[in-house]
Design a protein. Structure first.
Length: 441
């Protein structure tokens, strides 16, 4: 019996974050024109990015990198660049951004349908500050934007939010506050006040203007400072095995991390926040011979995909909520802090992977041959031995049998070296002659 242990950290893309500031008002029309100008710059100077999610699926979006793109955005903001510009392309990108800004129109007609399917606060964390002069502990979360279809042009997302208090009745609801322009359908929200209810609204903007109407999230109540979210993830755990060429035999593991996965109502109860899960997890998968732990951050995907599993094998899976500090710490520290045998705060389940022939079909050369059955040896008086067996139920997958035999008798006249014979795949019996009498094989 051998054992193999490994640790893998899935590094999430660095997410742009904005802080909820109740007293900072930004003109929506101005942000709309900036978002449209941004989308025009991305259409001309940026490229489509394909990012793999935790569940093995992909999302596409137009990023915000590249020198010309950034200069174009500077033109959208009508900034003057005073540094030396030795290439015409650099100057052209800045001027193009200025032109894009003049071409924007916040009141132009919009398309009928939004590409946004839903907007939801997916998870929350309590953030503890280690700075003596920093603000009090706050709440941060990830907002997931589900896209209805893959568009072939850049989309920018204008994010707005509002808050209200709950002390037995709903009070103090403010108006919508424009906060941010995002390029990805996932973003981080920082600075939420504990035990406050928040709602988010996202408007999609393309190079030609507004894409449908705004889409609002459900109301979500932020955590209390005392909630460190090391409770077990909310079950049940759902495991589905599958096969693809990139990941081999794999298992998709899902569980609940947010109330919106269970509830369709936009109303929330006073204790609805207790159903929110952490944004960071460790998942450990192990069997009799190996163990692997993966540390990851939630994203737009539906669960996490565990790849390159073995056929016909029983696995155990344990999911555990962890803090963001564990994601950022060294691997050695992570190994000391994550143990599959520690059942506290774990959501656990076992599952059995399918046999190879169930995936590739009976007789496939992708699968190891099925072993023969009822192998037996009949010794004859002349020293010969009749070896017989019941053939594999899938003879088409077998080229030949290799019959191995070796003397076990401790005698100088016996050949102790192993011998082998190759037998035709259609055979089910073979005679071995010229064995010594009383020789045991």
């Amino acid at each position: 019996m051998w054992s193999r242990m490994s640790m893998l950290v899935l590094i999430a893309a660095t997410l742009k974050a904005f802080t909820v500031l109740p007293y900072v008002q930004i003109d929506f029309v101005h942000y709309f024109r900036l978002a449209q100008c941004d989308a025009k710059c991305a259409e001309k100077y940026s490229k489509s990015i394909k990012r793999r999610l935790n569940d093995g699926t992909f999302i596409k979006y137009y990023g915000n990198d590249g020198e010309n793109y950034k200069l174009c955005i500077a033109g959208c903001n009508r900034r003057r660049i005073t540094a030396k510009r030795e290439r015409n392309g650099t100057t052209n990108a800045l001027i193009m951004g200025m032109q894009f800004w003049m071409d924007t129109n916040a009141y132009a007609s919009r398309t009928e349908h939004s590409p946004i399917k839903s907007v939801q606060l997916g998870c929350m964390d309590v953030v503890t500050s280690n700075e003596p002069n920093d603000f009090e502990d706050t709440i941060e979360g990830l907002v997931f934007v589900s896209i209805n279809e893959t568009e072939q042009y850049p989309i920018r997302y204008i994010v707005q939010w509002k808050q209200r208090t709950y002390d037995g009745s709903l009070t103090g609801e403010n108006g919508w506050i424009t906060a941010s322009i995002e390029s990805e359908p996932i973003f981080k929200v920082e600075g939420m006040v504990p035990i406050m209810q928040y709602r988010f609204m996202v408007t999609a903007v393309g190079p030609d203007g507004r894409l449908g109407g705004p889409i609002m999230s459900n109301w979500a109540q932020s955590l209390t400072i005392d909630e460190k979210l090391h409770a077990p993830p909310v079950g049940p755990m759902i495991i589905t095995t599958q096969y693809n060429n990139m990941d081999g035999l794999c298992a998709l593991v899902k569980w609940y991390h947010s109330p919106y996965q269970r509830e369709s109502s936009t109303d929330i109860s006073n204790d609805s926040h207790t159903l929110f899960g952490n944004c960071h997890y460790s998942i450990t998968i192990y069997n009799e011979t190996s163990q692997e732990t993966v540390l990851f951050t939630l994203d737009n995907g539906n669960g996490i995909l565990l790849s390159n599993l073995q056929f016909s094998t029983e696995y155990s899976v344990a999911v555990r909520s962890i803090s963001s500090k564990m994601i950022d710490s060294s691997l050695s520290q992570q190994k000391n802090m994550s143990h599959a045998s520690d059942t506290n705060f774990n959501l656990q389940q076992r599952f059995l992977t399918p046999p190879c022939n169930e995936v590739f079909g009976s007789g496939s050369l992708e699968c190891a041959p099925e072993p023969v059955k009822n192998l037996e040896a009949i010794v004859n008086s002349n020293g010969s031995v009749k070896i017989q067996w019941i053939p594999s139920s899938e003879p088409n997958a077998i080229l030949v049998y290799q019959l191995l035999y070796q003397s076990l008798t401790n005698h100088y006249d016996c050949d102790k070296d192993p011998s082998s014979i190759y037998v035709n795949a259609v055979s089910s019996v073979r005679m071995i002659d010229n064995l010594k009498l009383f020789e045991t094989v």
